[in-house]
Design a protein around this ligand. Structure first.
Ligand SMILES: N[C@@H](CCC(=O)N[C@@H](CS)C(=O)NCC(=O)O)C(=O)O
Length: 216
């Protein structure tokens, strides 16, 4: 049995949750916040979420987790069969995480956690996200899925990350840069959100956000 640790408000957590659901792997969820406690650092070396426990042990880093799940549970594959197409999927994922999500993450302190981000950082991030999204648009096929006619790992990752980047840029710049730089993305997001597992993840996310606000 796989246990997924973290919180339903995290886009990286929801990436793994969607992968588990789409692959129809049975799993349990354990609510864990990021932490620098010794016990946590033994399970996730930087105290980040998500991480999983499987019959083989604990594993952190969402991309390593996703690929482990694909290797250990080959049914309902999220990667195409052909080597080059698999590589195209990984190219897309790496580009999205390194050149878009990780850059936008610098806005989250202000966008979601009530802290302040300097104007200098906001300007720098805006320029970099714009470049990253322009590149991502060159890779995205949206016909109808991110990389063609099959739902793949690229969609599992595009949906939670682009949603966060949309929220953050809308909040900080008053402009949804994802919508502005990826033509056709709104219809794509709606299409992914019409899938039952994505709907369940959205509901859990809303409930987790409400619980967090109540506990403040
Ligand atoms: N590269 C990591 C990123 C995970 C990540 O950034 N998780 C956030 C929550 S969305 C976290 O734990 N942040 C707390 C921290 O950075 O200390 C992965 O792919 O799993």
């Amino acid at each position: 049995m796989v246990t997924l640790y973290g919180s339903a408000i995290s886009n990286y957590y929801n990436k793994i949750k969607l992968a588990l659901m789409e692959k129809e792997i049975a799993f349990l969820e354990e609510l864990v916040a990021p932490s620098q406690a010794d016990a946590m650092l033994k399970l996730s070396p930087l105290g980040k979420i998500p991480f999983i426990k499987s019959d083989d042990g604990y594993l952190s880093e969402s991309q390593a987790i996703l690929e482990y799940l694909e290797d250990a549970f080959p049914a309902n594959p999220l990667y195409p069969a052909k080597a080059f197409e698999r590589a195209k999927c990984r190219e897309f994922i790496q580009h999205l995480e390194l050149n878009v999500e990780l850059i936008a993450r610098r806005l989250y302190a202000e966008a979601f956690f009530g802290r302040t981000v300097s104007q200098e950082i906001k300007d720098e991030v805006r320029a970099k996200i714009t470049t990253g999204l322009t590149g991502l648009a060159r890779l995205m096929k949206l016909s109808p899925y991110a990389l063609g006619d099959r739902f793949t790992a690229a969609d599992v990752i595009a949906w939670p990350h682009l949603q966060m980047v949309s929220f953050a840029t809308q909040k900080i710049y008053g402009q949804n840069l994802v919508v502005d730089y990826i033509p056709g993305i709104e219809a794509y997001i709606k299409m992914i959100e019409s899938r039952p597992y994505a709907q369940k993840i959205s509901q859990d996310r809303t409930a987790a956000l409400a619980a967090k606000l109540k506990n403040k």
